[in-house]
Ligand binder design. Sequence first.
Ligand code: ZN
Ligand code: ZN
Ligand code: ZN
Ligand code: ZN
Length: 386
Amino acid sequence: MRPVLAVCIALLGAWLLPAQAAAPSCKLCVNRGTTPCGKHGKLLEVEHGPVSQLCSAVAECKACAGALAIDCRHCVNEPAESALAERQRLAREWLQGRRKAVDAVAAREPYAHLQTPHFDLACGLKPATIGRDKLDQHARLHLYGERLEALHAKFLATFELAEADLPDRMTVVLSEEGKDQQVLGPRLTGLGPAGAIGLKLMGPEYVYTVYHDRRSLPDDEALHRAVVHNVAHLLLSQMRTAQWLGNRAHGWLDEGVPHWFEETVVGKCTNFCFEEILLQTPASFKGGKWRPAVRKIVDEGKSPLFATFAAKNSDQLTFVEHAFCFALVDFLLQRHGGAKFRDFLRLVKKDVPTRDALQQVFGLNPLSIDAPFHAWVKDTYSPLPN
Ligand SMILES: [Zn+2]
Ligand SMILES: [Zn+2]
Ligand SMILES: [Zn+2]
Ligand SMILES: [Zn+2]
């Protein structure tokens, strides 16, 4: 028989007998060689989702040992079995590494660990009621994993960045107790003081550690805001060209951008990267609602002029200036768009002077920016609390 004809007959046969050809020889696993692990309850879908790559609760599952699947007891499928074993090995080795990097340093109750596409997250948070749900440590781990990845995606979208602009992984460690943060924070960031509520390392490794200090962060929402503010700092620093702007006379950008994300994602600004301020006033400035506060100051003609704070470092900014940094970022983003703001950041990170970068991207200068900014505030911000 000619080959073409033989192929045609074979295809016809397959078409005539589809059910017979597709019938699985093992009905239990439908010839996959594995069945789903039944020990993950409501979180099974989350464990399989795009945010969860590796999870300590899965790695420690007595039934599947990290594979989320069990070898089929009815059939032999060697490729599936070796894939299962490989997945278990990967989970085991990953968890050993995380335990060594985090748990071995803190030496207390084990942390829950999660690897997501961009973060290595460790969570020692106790169970808490969030909204209507009571979440245990493992569920809070996944909630923060999703929040971190959502922030990463929002940062990329806001400044119209590519993945390659944020190439570095970030480590985030959330502790319940101050005594764990006191050991872990300085060890993982190489920074002090040990008594700080949170510490962050802005490059070339990117690390944020914090504990749930009840005085300054009364609930999960406040902790979430602190995470958003501080991780926005890490994202801004690592954005290529990698550079921390906070101690290079660009405090208004270094603080303004994290405030903007804090407000946009969690509705208020309550975090200041200046230790004494953080320790003094957990209640924040103007209840964290800065748009009406800025509008009121502009109406009163008491606005700090851009040129007076544009060259300060982050830890030199006053409360009022923090609020104006937020509003300036809001103005530039909303009036001129994220792509222009990104171009401006890139110039500043390459040490182009602020006045030249402002001129080049926005057609403004440090003296001419105040008038359109204040006019925009009057047009856009309500003086009433929102
Ligand atoms: Zn089977
Ligand atoms: Zn999990
Ligand atoms: Zn399992
Ligand atoms: Zn900050």
